[in-house]
Write a protein that binds this ligand. Sequence first.
Ligand code: BTN
Length: 280
Amino acid sequence: MFTERELRRGLRAKVFGNKIYTFQTIDSTNNCIKALANVGAAEGVVVLAEQQTAGRGRLGRTWLSQPEENLTFSVLLRPEVSTESINLLPLYVAVAVSQAIENSTGLRAECKWPNDLLIDKKKVAGILIESSMRQNRLEYVVVGLGLNVNQMQFTNGLLQKATSLKLETGKDFDRAKLLREILFNLETHYTQAVENDFKSVIPFWLSRTTMINKPIVVSQGNDIISGVVTGLSLDGGLVLQTNGRSQTMFAGDVTILADNPEQYMQAGSTTQVGAAFQKI
Ligand code: BTN
């Protein structure tokens, strides 16, 4: 298990990672950060665990990760951000982590709206943002990150959908070094983003995605909306062209249709598109 000392050695971030709690096993690092935030913990505190017994992802999913092989941690933020810009927070995290991965490995991890990172169309990292509001004000934000680093085996058919830095390069990565690079990039982008209500994140995100002009399907409960991605709105929504009109999505499960327009045409309606899905 990592010690705080080992993780902080050579840390370039000044505030993020100022205090790092490490656990062998915990329910969820996001839960732990919430508990710390509720008793007044300062911005930048990090909780890292080798194993989570109740690690969770978006939309009620479970986050599975092999102990000692990956990074699963959370950071506390107390940003001054308008409620309008809250949806830009996952995009900010995705950009910072993608940049850290690139600096550390040379790999380009693509941003998939709203909060995934993909390498070669497979998920390498997931981001879970949870926030607490008090009297209509954002009290704090918990940024949870699961990054597949050295894991080589994925169960339950996950191998088609998930990857790791080691699977992509054949190399083992120093997880402590990677964590320090991520914290540094999170802090650098944050310092810049808070100055303009997180709007500066948009061009960075657009330069790290390949979703633009791609046909996608968004499912929101029983609703399924299909369209072609045309951009991001200023408040972090995904803008789609659907049936000749523009529509902005703020939530949902996104499936990028295969990079083959012919398949998309054949798929026609959302009931038939299953064969063309590249479900992540
Ligand atoms: C997703 O892809 O849906 C988001 C996954 C987020 C997983 C991380 S692991 C650390 C932190 N603690 C959690 O319980 N979840 C996040």
